[in-house]
Design a protein. Structure first.
Lengths: 463, 441
């Protein structure tokens, strides 16, 4: 493919740089027999040269790729005939430019486009072509220049290894800062959009309002879609489903962990534990499918047989399946924690004549309580943030109810439904998703911090 | 003890006659019963967990195995030159645009001459898939000499016919309650009696992209999208993850900043995945202008999501390499980086690869963040690069699960089976890798 050619060329230049740097270093001391006169191993001179070729070129590549689109777009905008753009709002102009781009990349057919748009599309395509050639010309030239500069600097005294290692260290540091940048990116992006949202909708209305219907009117004369952004029903729905999930997961997970850790013969444990952990590896979309197509109809059927009215997207179905998903999470965390309780405590209890179950409930569980609570908090945070099961099996309507047989909606369901499909980016409807995301992030973060802190403290206690 | 007022222990007549051991013995029955109950509860919990696994798998497989078969109908198609290529020039454009559906209608009419009513005829041609004409088109394009001949061809049947053949539409239900009416059933029985109806392996499921017609929908597009997305995710997250683990475990000074990074990584591992989707939408798409719906932006989001897993596994792997290795390398004059890259890293590599595979398995099953960045679009074409609009297997499953057609249920289940097979393969590889290369120092 042609778009790979320049990249291959750049790689070729780098390989050449390595080869030349190495050769030059060996030649500088008069052949391979004298390389002990070099400061570093010959390969380091090669890497040194290649780094000199790569770094400036890659920096320019990154910078250019970031800016190119804006520059080209503004050039195209300037080229559009003024009689066409006069009186257009910023948004309309943006749509027009989008049309032009889509036309140029062949995503829409040219048939119904006006000649001006077609001309602009040609212009756009030409500019992009020019920009591409110029970019790769510049990048390759820079690489070659860096290479020749470095080759000329090579002397036996050059501390090539130190230079290379310093660069590698900087790269490693940059890699480890990605994690920090991710958190920062999450916080800033979510916070920024949420602040925009709270300019439209007061925060107290969002956090304490009990009416949620995010459909805003597209036209001023539309009836009934004023948009209400009170998130309490979503919080309640999320809590209800998470509560049901924990009701399933905690007893089963905890008892399974106790049985496997304290009672099960070795061979049972070696089979049952991995099989239970399969549940943790199943993608959530599979659970969602299972909940929507198997569990929900079954619950509806049983409910109706018993004379209850059950919504086809009941909170119970979603919660049950989410509970099944979380079982291995609770059981493996509890298993770790229970195994960390020192054997001497068990032995002491047995020596006093306690039975095994008494030892578990009166000695091991109290000793392991902190760790178990931490594990459960992590599981709650996972239940709150779980998306696919509730998107597929829970409802869309915001009901404020505690009845598990009715349909409720959750924070994550609403984020997905607000952000999938076409939308303009700065309407309150879209921004509401970010406000929900912020809430979700903050709540799960607090749960995680507390839980991780508890678990760490617990581990230190027995180490 | 030496209080003179104290009653001597055995002065109490009750205690004198009943010793401690008697109290214990009296309660033993109750305590042993409690012990048995507790034990049974534990066993029940494990059994329940295993039951859930079984039910889940049985449910998916029993719903999905039929999707690997597809109903075909054999028709004697006469490749009428008048219809396909009236000008007789074998012009590729004419072959492309010809009305192949007409050939099928003619063949059906010849098969069932008794059907004459317009409405009946329409119902009759509805037993064939809308994709059947395309099959003919491909045949003719591949071999124009077919024109003018008559051949019997196996063509894809419509999804309703498929459902009847697989018994998923109950033919004994009242006519109003089923999607297929009695006359269609009669035609199918007639075809079946003449051996013109068969179920064959559904190759289309693995070779075509998505479609609105269940019988034409396949997972090839989603598989290709998954492949590109995961390849890019691995290419980005593995080097970054290994580099970060190396720096944090071996070089980073112990200070507040590195503490913060460590806490931060542990927290990121527990952030709901959908939040990463929000990040991708706000930063990658709206700020940086990365094209929506592409494997590129999907991989960027998944990289950030799997990075904590890979870093944590990488650090554990580095920790398990004994310090003597480093000391020996440093002792013979290696620089710290040489000691790491030449000695420690190769020894830690199996553990790091295991972590990477587990991270990739996590990325393979992830759906929610990809919905945010537009990988949910309906895409018919199989993507051919990192910047083509694409979807991935889990998202395809989500899309199909939302479709109302009965025939999509079995396809969804079959797609899930494929997804689970890949996941098991990856996890198995991770386990084997760990077994094969695990070293106790």
């Amino acid at each position: 493919m042609s778009s790979w050619m320049p990249l291959l060329a750049l790689l070729g230049v780098l390989a050449l740089a390595y080869h030349l740097g190495r050769k030059r270093a060996v030649a500088a001391v008069g052949g391979p027999t004298h390389i002990s006169a070099l400061h570093s191993l010959p390969g380091y001179y090669g890497f040194y040269t290649a780094l000199w070729a790569a770094i400036p070129a890659l920096l320019i590549l990154a910078l250019w790729s970031g800016l190119q689109d804006q520059v080209v777009t503004s050039l195209v905008k300037a080229q559009l005939p003024t009689e066409m753009t006069r009186g257009m709002s910023e948004g309309q102009l943006g749509l027009l430019v989008n049309d032009v781009k889509n036309l140029a990349t062949g995503k829409i057919v040219a048939g119904d486009a006006s000649p001006e748009v077609r001309a602009a599309a040609d212009h756009y395509a030409r500019l992009k072509q020019i920009a591409r050639i110029a970019l790769w010309g510049l990048v390759l030239a820079l690489a070659l220049a860096g290479m020749s500069l470095a080759v000329n600097r090579i002397t036996p005294e050059l501390r090539a290894r130190n230079g290379v290692e310093r660069t590698v260290m900087v790269i490693l540091m940059a890699f480890s800062s990605v994690a920090i940048l991710t958190t920062l990116g999450i916080v800033l992006s979510v916070l920024f959009e949420s602040l925009l949202f709270f300019q439209h909708i007061p925060w107290h209305e969002f956090f304490f309002g009990t009416e949620w219907s995010p459909q805003t009117a597209l036209r001023a004369d539309q009836v009934g879609s004023t948009g209400a952004f009170g998130a309490v029903p979503l919080f309640a729905g999320t809590l209800l489903i998470s509560f049901i999930a924990m009701l399933v997961a905690v007893p089963i997970g905890l008892m399974a962990a106790i049985y496997l850790a304290e009672y099960a013969p070795r061979n049972v444990r070696s089979v049952a534990k991995p099989v239970l952990e399969i549940l943790a590896g199943i993608p959530t979309v599979v659970y969602g499918f299972f909940a929507a197509l198997t569990v929900a109809p079954a619950i509806r059927g049983w409910g109706e047989a018993l004379g209850f009215t059950v919504a086809s997207e009941s909170a119970l179905a979603a919660g049950l399946v989410m509970g099944i998903m979380i079982i291995p999470f609770v059981s493996s965390l509890s298993d770790d924690v229970i195994n960390a309780v020192p054997q001497s405590m068990r032995d002491g209890s047995y020596a006093l004549g306690a039975t095994q179950s008494e030892t578990v409930t009166r000695v091991i569980l109290p000793a392991a309580l902190a760790g178990i609570v931490g594990g459960i908090l992590l599981a709650v945070s996972r239940a709150i943030g779980e998306t696919m099961i509730v998107v597929m099996a829970a409802g869309m309507s915001a009901n404020l109810t505690a009845n598990p047989l009715e349909a409720v909606t959750t924070v994550t369901v609403q984020i997905v439904s607000l952000l999938t499909g076409d939308q303009e980016f700065d309407s309150p409807k879209t921004l509401a998703a970010f406000a929900l995301g912020l809430t979700l992030f903050v709540v799960t973060l607090i749960l995680n911090v507390i839980a991780l802190h508890i678990v760490r403290r617990y581990r230190e206690q027995y180490e | 003890m030496n209080n003179p007022v104290a009653v001597p222990p055995f002065a109490n007549p009750d205690i004198a006659t009943k010793r401690v051991i008697d109290h214990v013995n009296a309660s033993l029955k109750r305590r042993y019963a409690a012990e048995r109950r507790f034990r049974a509860m534990g066993l029940a919990a494990v059994a329940l967990g295993l039951l859930f696994v079984t039910v889940l798998f049985v449910d998916i497989i029993s719903k999905g195995y039929t999707a690997f078969q597809q109903t075909y109908i054999q028709l004697a198609i006469s490749f009428d030159p008048e219809v396909i290529d009236p000008e007789g020039r074998r012009d590729p454009e004419a072959l492309q645009g010809a009305d192949y559906a007409k050939l099928i209608r003619a063949a059906l009419k010849a098969q069932f001459p008794e059907v004459t009513d317009r409405q009946d005829l329409r119902a009759l041609s509805a037993i064939m898939s809308p994709g059947a004409p395309q099959q003919l088109q491909h045949m003719v394009q591949a071999d124009p000499s077919l024109i003018g001949q008559t051949q019997s061809v196996w063509l894809i049947a419509n999804d309703d016919v498929d459902m009847v053949e697989k018994g998923q539409i109950d033919r004994h239900a009242a006519e109003a309650d089923r999607r297929v009416d009695d006359r269609t059933l009669a035609w199918l029985d007639a075809l079946s009696a003449q051996g013109q109806l068969k179920k064959g392996f559904n190759t289309g499921f693995f070779t075509t992209g998505d479609s609105r017609e269940p019988e034409l929908a396949g997972i090839a597009g989603a598989l290709a999208g998954t492949f590109y997305t995961l390849l890019l995710t691995l290419a980005m997250s593995f080097p970054i993850g290994v580099g970060a683990a190396l720096y944090l475990e071996e070089f980073a000074p112990k200070n507040r900043l590195t503490d913060l990074i460590e806490v931060n990584i542990n927290n990121l591992a527990a952030v709901p995945s959908i939040v990463f989707g929000l990040l991708g939408l706000a930063v990658f798409i709206n700020l940086f202008g990365v094209p929506r719906s592409t494997p590129l932006v999907g991989a960027m989001v998944l990289t950030l999501m799997t990075l904590p897993t890979i870093i944590i596994a990488g650090r554990a792997a580095l920790k398990s390499v004994p310090p003597s290795i480093r000391e020996a390398a440093l002792g013979v004059g290696a620089s710290p980086l040489q000691a790491q890259f030449h000695h420690v890293l190769p020894l830690a590599m199996p553990g790091m690869l295991t972590g990477a595979i587990i991270g990739m398995a996590q990325a393979l099953g992830e759906t929610a963040p990809l919905l945010m960045i537009g990988m949910i679009a309906f895409i018919v074409d199989v993507p051919h690069g990192f910047t083509d609009p694409a979807t991935v297997l889990p998202v395809q499953i989500y899309l199909w699960a939302d479709s109302p057609e009965r025939a999509f249920v079995e396809r969804t289940s079959a797609a899930i089976m494929v997804l689970l097979a890949f996941l098991m393969l990856m996890n198995l590889t991770a386990v084997l890798l760990r077994r094969r290369f695990e070293r106790r120092w």
